[in-house]
Ligand binder design. Structure first.
Ligand code: BG6
Length: 473
């Protein structure tokens, strides 16, 4: 395991909210190597102690139990204030860390990837076996993603590049693979003959606050669908890989992404809704709408189709939005009705389809809806009811920040949960077709009140969402 982490963007929001807290937890649980050290790089001027004080304040009391681990982390941190555009300064300042293999983590805007790589390369910090970790956004469209990939390739090869999609670090996301490939029962029916539709919903109560500029450029399509939601789709839809090694899994995901049917203007009218939240009430608090001169969405609903043998004709409904009434990340797989219905009660039309329901956030839960008849009927004929089979793990596993797993894997060199160049490009290719279709069709950005489930026209895209209160809509 590599033991030197160079963290660019160390004074940024992601670092103080997720990366440093993850490192504290990993140190507490003794999961990091003996000589582990962090070289923090940011633009804000601090000396080592100044930075440690700044960080202590941010991480202080984050969990009450982590005091010793936090102090341990701080003792391992050095800080360098650097202009990240300045490759020469990066090289001059950081070359001293080339004594051991390093993992450089660029938690910076993508325009800094190229100068940072030049500086790191000149400092000898990208020599084999050192590695590079990158945060999203990995481009704004296919052309810019290709450019980023080409720049990276000049400095090191793909086997040492780790592109983060933090959804892949979430334990329930990994569980999707376990469910599919660890169970005869599911894999046998995992195809168009038995599955009618798949819903993937990522609803957030948070707004775009503090990130207005970024959001106006990206919108929900690029911020959420291109990465997190398409990764979930790929894991649900991919063919069984021959093994769990990084490239076998990523080969299969890439095939799914490449089989996504490009959206046309005519499809866009039928298969998409864009929305932007206006004023409203979320969690009992009045919130202001997102206003910007640019036509950009904070809500998107899409019907996607995968043109291959397994999924031909099965709609994958993807819905994500900010300022929704509940935080809920859910996947619902709805199975087709049985071929011949024997019962009067309920009628065939009123019978519920079998559904596999995987809730990833805020609670982790998996349940399966089946039809059965447990109650003895008094009136002489069998009446079917939906029964819910709850799958619960006992004792519940310790919840970890997604970044804990990803940091460990990057230090160990396991790429399975990182996104490969061709996957990123395949995802952008489809996203580009959606934004071109929106342009050609003039798809409007409809306003919805904050605290609602998006524009009224999106209701058909949300047939199954549960929401945090556990009640189906
Ligand atoms: C980020 C997006 O990648 O994911 C944010 O930029 C979004 O807009 C976040 O809020 C959601 O992540 P999580 O883990 O809270 O579901």
């Amino acid at each position: 395991m590599h033991d030197t982490l160079l963290l660019f963007g160390a004074t940024g929001d992601l670092a103080s909210r997720y990366l440093f807290p993850s490192l504290v937890h990993l140190l507490r649980d003794r999961l990091l190597p003996e000589g582990f050290r962090v070289v923090a790089v940011g633009r804000t001027p601090h000396d080592d102690d100044g930075f440690r004080g700044w960080l202590r304040e941010r991480l202080h009391d984050e969990d009450g139990r982590n005091h010793d681990a936090l102090e341990d982390l701080l003792s391992r941190v050095r800080y360098h204030a650097l202009d990240l555009q300045d490759a020469d300064a990066i090289a001059a300042e950081l070359s001293r860390y080339g004594d051991r293999p390093t993992v450089s983590y660029l938690s910076t805007p993508p325009n800094l990837f190229a100068p940072a790589c030049r500086g790191l390369k000149a400092a000898g910090l990208l020599e084999d076996p050192s590695r590079l970790v990158l945060e999203k956004p990995l481009g704004h469209d296919l052309a810019s993603a290709r450019e980023i990939n080409a720049t990276l390739r000049e400095s090191l090869d793909e086997s040492r590049i780790f592109r983060i999609d933090h959804y892949l670090g979430k334990a329930p996301v990994q569980n999707l693979l376990a469910l599919r490939f660890g169970n005869t029962l599911l894999e046998a029916v995992w195809e168009r003959r038995w599955i009618e539709s798949v819903d993937i919903v990522v609803a957030e109560t948070a707004g775009v606050d503090g990130r207005e500029g970024y959001y106006a450029d990206y919108g929900a399509l690029r911020d959420m669908v291109q990465n997190h939601m398409l990764q979930l789709l790929a894991l649900i839809a991919m063919e069984p890989p021959a093994s769990l090694d990084a490239d076998s899994v990523r080969d299969e995901k890439r095939k799914v992404l490449r089989a996504l049917r490009p959206m046309t203007a005519a499809d866009a009218v039928r298969d998409s809704v864009r929305g932007r939240y206006g004023d409203g009430v979320v969690d009992g608090h009045a919130v202001r709408g997102f206003r910007h001169e640019r036509e950009v969405e904070t809500f998107v609903a899409l019907r996607a189709y995968i043109d291959n043998w397994r999924w031909a004709g099965v709609p994958f409904r993807l819905v994500t939005g900010k300022r929704m009434p509940a935080r809920a990340t859910e996947i619902v797989v709805s199975f087709r009705p049985v071929s011949h219905w024997l019962y009067e009660r309920p009628s065939r039309e009123r019978a519920q389809p079998n559904r596999l329901h995987v809730c990833l956030q805020p609670e982790e839960a998996i349940d399966l809806t089946l039809m059965g008849s447990l109650a003895a009927p008094e009136w002489g004929a069998t009446e079917l009811q939906p029964l819910t089979l709850d799958l619960e793990m006992s004792p519940a596993p310790k919840r970890r920040i997604a970044y804990e797993r990803l940091l460990i894997d990057a230090l160990k060199g396991d790429q399975t949960l990182f996104v490969r160049d061709d996957e990123v490009e395949a995802a952008w290719q489809w996203i580009d077709s959606v934004s071109a279709a929106w342009q050609a069709a003039g798809t409007p950005v409809e306003e919805y009140p904050a605290g609602s489930w998006g524009p009224a026209s999106a209701a058909p895209f949300l047939p199954t969402v549960t929401g945090a209160n556990g009640k189906r809509r």
